[in-house]
Write a protein that binds this ligand. Structure first.
Ligand code: NPQ
Ligand code: MG
Length: 371
């Protein structure tokens, strides 16, 4: 059974966050999310572009992604027989960068193909190593340390299996020290989103005494070599996020000793095909991986749950409950996390969650059909 897509509908939705989210590059109050709906024989597959509102996490942003999809990414897949979802990534491989925009369409076609075959997406991508996804949380930079401690207590009590704390110069060693004092035995890590340089190596080494699971992306977003210089100076394992956009980058980072752990984000690497390749490279090299998050709506969240069932996703990821981010999610049921900090994988075909079209319509600010 082949794929032949009749039309693609692009939508931009606005979703206000329950609480602002602050990283080393800024504060976000509301997400502008692009949803990609691909349609064949009256069946829809759904994808989400996970980029930010501004080109600060990486070069991508909502407005640019819209134009890329419309002019470059969607046209080559329309009304053309495709042997399988495996072939979609290649049709936009000539585009430099913009993998989140490309991945939004690619993931939608994987969902469509799973639904056409009436199998769950996790099974369709070759996952199924676990039925319970271990969950962590990512906690943004707060206005004060007491406020951060209170948030951590809430999330630990909710059952989350590890706590990730965003850091930046001025909100790092001082903060982690206080958190460790209050929570001596939780699994904990820090994410700098590229806020440091090699000149900060001595400063970053001061984090070693707090036995963090890892420090995520301390140095420049595109600099594997500097991370290879830093890792031998730290006891804390480095986890790369922004630097890893492809399986080849993973190979290079591992060969150089730039990291001991890799965070895989479906969008950052351009979709399921490349995410699986990164996963396989890491697995063969004995590098554990976990699933990163980009404050996704339920659709991106459901993709992340499916991805997290691949065997080497052995560490708790940033995939957490819908209600931590949204007062109302666009899928039903919402993604829920058990008191032991896990998401149960669902057995319905495709995403495994129903897409709430009526609610999506309410919060859509622009829509365009490409056929
Ligand atoms: C990370 N995510 O692991 C990212 C960063 C991130 C859950 O920590 C808008 C634009 C919102 C970009 C949220 C988490 C974002 C964003 C998070 C990037 O580095
Ligand atoms: Mg990160």
């Amino acid at each position: 059974m082949g794929i032949k897509i009749e039309k693609v509908v692009l939508r931009e939705i606005r979703l206000p966050l329950v609480h602002f989210f602050e990283t080393s590059f800024g504060r976000t109050y509301e997400r502008r999310i692009l949803l990609v709906e691909v349609v064949q024989d009256g069946i829809s597959g759904w994808g989400e572009v996970t980029c930010g509102e501004n080109p600060f996490y990486n070069e991508e942003w909502t407005d640019a992604a819209w134009l890329l999809l419309k002019h470059y990414i969607v046209p080559p897949v329309l009304k053309r027989p495709l042997p399988s979802a495996d072939c979609v990534a290649e049709l936009s491989a000539h585009i430099r960068g913009h993998r989140m925009a490309r991945g939004g369409l690619e993931a939608a076609v994987w969902d469509l193909e799973a639904r056409l075959k009436n199998v769950p997406l996790w099974k369709h991508i070759g996952g199924g190593a676990r039925k319970e996804i271990p969950c962590g949380v990512s906690i943004g930079i707060q206005d004060s340390i007491p406020q951060l401690l209170k948030k951590i207590e809430t999330e630990v009590n909710a059952g989350y299996q590890r706590i990730k704390i965003k850091i930046k110069p001025g909100w790092d060693v001082n903060v982690i020290r206080e958190v460790r004092k209050e929570f001596p035995s939780i699994k904990m890590m820090a994410d700098a989103n590229s806020a440091y340089t090699l000149a900060d190596a001595d400063h970053l080494r001061r984090l070693d005494e707090f036995y963090l699971m890892m420090i995520e992306q301390p140095l420049a977003h595109d600099d594997i070599i500097d991370h290879a210089q830093l890792q031998p100076k730290l006891e804390t394992p480095i986890c790369l996020d922004e630097c890893i956009r492809s399986a080849h980058h993973a190979e290079q980072a591992i060969a150089l000793g730039a990291c001991k752990i890799i965070n895989i984000k479906l969008g950052r690497v351009g979709g399921f095909l490349e995410a699986r390749r990164v996963h396989d490279v890491c697995k063969a090299a004995g590098i554990p991986v976990w699933c990163g998050g980009m404050l996704e709506s339920g659709i991106g969240r459901a993709h992340n749950v499916a991805l997290s069932t691949l065997p080497n996703f052995v560490l708790p990821g940033d995939v957490s409950a819908s209600k931590r981010y949204w007062s109302r999610d666009i899928i039903e049921p919402e993604v829920e996390v058990s008191p032991s900090g896990a998401i149960t994988v669902r057995d319905e075909a495709g995403l495994g969650y129903a897409v709430n079209s009526a609610y999506i319509k309410e919060i859509t600010v622009r829509e365009e059909t490409i056929d």
